[in-house]
Design a protein around this ligand. Sequence first.
Ligand SMILES: C[S@@+](CC[C@H](N)C(=O)[O-])C[C@H]1O[C@@H](n2cnc3c(N)ncnc32)[C@H](O)[C@@H]1O
Ligand code: SF4
Length: 389
Amino acid sequence: MMLNMSLTMPAPFAVYVHWPFCLSKCPYCDFNSHVRHGGYDEARYVRAVEAELAANAVRVPGRTVSTVFFGGGTPSLMQPSSVAAILDAIARHWSVAPDVEVTLEANPTSVEATRFRGYRTAGVNRVSLGVQALDDAALKELGRLHTAQEALAAVAVARSIFTRYSFDLIYARPRQTLAAWEAELKRAIAEAAEHLSLYQLTIEPGTPFFGLHKAGKLVVPGEDLGRDLYDLTQSVCADAGLPAYEISNHARPGAECRHNLVYWRGHDYVGVGPGAHGRLTIDGCRHATETEKRPEAWLTRVEETGNGLIVDEKLTRGETADEYLLMGLRLAEGIEPARFQALAGRTLDPKRISILQGEGAVETTADGRLRVTQSGFPVLDAVVADLAA
Ligand SMILES: C[S@@+](CC[C@H](N)C(=O)[O-])C[C@H]1O[C@@H](n2cnc3c(N)ncnc32)[C@H](O)[C@@H]1O
Ligand code: SF4
């Protein structure tokens, strides 16, 4: 008898661990990342992460962990023994799937690459490298501490140790032309095995780039060139067998980052470490959690109370459904309208869908899914706002 796998397999369940420290702050970055020239007590932070894992396990016991992601900040500043201790703690609190995906975000400097083997021994089986550019002048402007050569050397070390690795590039950079980006992207694809994250440079409020941009000292491609760069990215990657499975993520079919799919498909995840977000279904109600962002304040809070939570909010059915829409429509596979209906207690408005279909922004697949089209992706925010309203 054929078994329905969806009935037999547990729902994906992820653990995100945030490591908030970096060697220097990149001028475009508004992630929760901090430089501590005076150092920090790594073992104490690891103990606090373990305490938060224990607190979460009490709230969502009995799950099977399908993915773990060490993000940052710069998790590749952690000692492999710290990564091993955290993975051991996860395995003490929950079952771990035999095919668990364990990703660690790494900066591609030579020092960090020396730790890759230790990470693999600790249980990491996938690395995501922040290459950002394959052009030394651009790397300098982005405030990076590595050259293109060093980044490629780190990619080579990753390739020799991990069967799964990915790297990030930022495009739509100052003065970047279509021809230059095409050449850089093709070079990157030649180095990429199965996965690439390609982000358009965003000028984030509060960053040094924001001030420079406002003062006219940093000029980035305008809307038209930005759109052309995006379209070029899609076609070059698709031709190379790395189609976009999410607005900024490309993979060979089957090599998608399963951890990020947990977010985009609306499954549960625990978030530990400073400023981490989580989504937990407890007694049928979805909770949005968030921890204290400032590393030292987070540490004190965890040591005093057992966890760093500053937000633990029950989401309404409508909020849960809108979040499913917002996250799911970023995926090329789109969403299941029936799941939206089950979550929201209402259907998506057929009139709005048909207007968006007429505009070529969304389409319905043969199996009934609703997805954003290639031409709808650049205006994704507007499409989501229209459907959620
Ligand atoms: C958490 S960050 C960085 C991981 C790692 N610390 C690094 O820098 O290599 C994840 C990715 O977000 C992207 N990113 C960060 N800020 C960005 C911005 N303002 N615009 C576009 N991409 C950005 C970068 O590609 C970066 O690798
Ligand atoms: S881009 Fe990465 S290395 Fe740079 S400040 Fe942000 S998290 Fe740190």
